[in-house]
Write a protein that binds this ligand. Structure first.
Ligand SMILES: Cc1ncc(COP(=O)(O)O)c(C=O)c1O
Length: 360
């Protein structure tokens, strides 16, 4: 019997994975350093015992969307929710991308933007960032004029650089696409760690959506919950495309429960931001170059040690960071997630030691 053939356009595509290595300190996937507050678990237990398990969940997840909307002073119908912001982005591309359509990305950036575009049969046009990894508005203009993309991805703070786009960037790109049918997607997975956001710009008359996640700020990467803020008509279209009952009842309840701990989460974000400042300041004394991050991680490159080699030396010292050394435009770079103070100290000690070792 023949083997069913995988779709030709995705057959050879490698998935997106960060290697899982058995080490003491894991700072490679930008998760929150701490578990959610203890009270959160209690509320989830209460939800488990009071759910109507035999019933399908609330299809449009109204209580969860209302709770998210309240945090932003927006309306619930301006919020879409899905299983992680990756699924939010996938739903967007199923709705606004697809065969015959094009998405623009500006590399290096979050790999899933182009990956999801391609798996939804959307063509991808890759613009470049500057050598120091900043978004170049002339390049955006060039891509808009030459490729006429249907969807444009920005990512601010960008992964993997951690760089935040200047505050007027979104408005400028919206001006560039004013006479087109393009949609501007701003991925703010790390938005809570940054001082500015595109959320206040969202307006019924603008083709702008902003995606965010519970994976980073809310200590809930395991839950797989992400959302998007957008004009209500866009949210409505997304609900027409996503599978019925895509978000299970327990996840919806857990999301609402998490939002009850907003003050605690804000304190944790502040701690991560403080630790980020401490680490970057400390690295300024070492023979490495670091990028100014507004996210929960930062990128760095050793001046005199090969990136792959440094990554291995850190693993030998039981510290796992993300090895971006061979990614296009990121020659020799490593990306480290901000952990707990103890984890960060362990990373610093390992790095100092690893840099000090003579290159063999
Ligand atoms: C920029 C960016 N967007 C989206 C995501 C996906 O997050 P989620 O866990 O909500 O799918 C990540 C995760 O690392 C990310 O870095």
């Amino acid at each position: 019997m023949g083997r069913p053939r995988v779709r030709d356009d995705i057959a050879l595509r490698a998935g997106y994975h960060s290697p899982q290595v058995d080490v003491a300190i894991r700072l490679n996937t930008n998760e929150a350093p701490e578990s959610p507050p203890a009270g959160f678990e209690q509320r989830v237990v209460e939800a488990v015992t009071s759910l109507d398990w035999n019933r399908y969940p609330e299809r449009r997840a109204m209580p969860l969307r209302t709770a998210i909307a309240d945090r932003y002073g927006r309306a619930a119908d301006e919020v879409f929710v899905a299983n992680g912001s990756n699924e939010v982005l996938q739903t967007l591309m199923l709705t606004f991308g697809g065969p015959g359509r094009t998405a623009a990305v500006f590399e290096p950036t979050y790999a899933l933007h182009s990956h999801i575009s391609r798996t939804t049969s959307t063509s991808v046009v890759e613009g470049r960032r500057t050598d120091d990894l900043r978004l170049d508005l002339d390049e955006v203009q060039r891509v808009v004029e030459t490729a006429g993309p249907d969807v444009i991805f920005l990512c601010s703070p960008n992964n993997p650089s951690g760089l935040l786009d200047p505050p007027d960037t979104v408005e400028r790109v919206l001006e560039m696409i004013a006479d087109t049918d393009a949609l501007l997607v701003v991925d703010e997975a790390y938005g809570q760690f940054a001082p500015t956001s595109a959320v206040p710009l969202i307006d019924d008359d603008l083709p702008l959506v902003v995606s965010r996640t519970f994976s980073k700020t809310w200590s809930l990467a395991a839950l797989r919950l992400g959302y998007l803020l957008a004009p209500a008509w866009i949210v409505d279209e997304l609900f027409g495309v996503v599978l019925p009952y895509h978000l299970d009842a327990l996840k919806q309840a857990a999301g609402v429960a998490a939002l009850g701990f907003g003050d605690e989460m804000d304190r944790r974000v502040a701690t991560v931001v403080e630790e980020r400042g401490r680490l970057i300041a400390r690295l300024a004394d070492l023979p490495v170059t670091t990028w100014d991050s507004e996210a929960s991680f930062f990128l760095f490159r050793a001046d005199a040690v090969d990136g792959d080699e440094l990554w291995k030396r850190l693993v030998d010292r039981s510290v796992l960071v993300r090895n971006c050394a061979t990614w296009p435009g990121l020659d020799g770079c490593l990306r480290v997630t901000i952990g707990t103070r103890e984890e960060n100290d362990a990373f610093l000690a390992a790095l100092v030691d690893a840099l000090d070792q003579p290159t063999g």
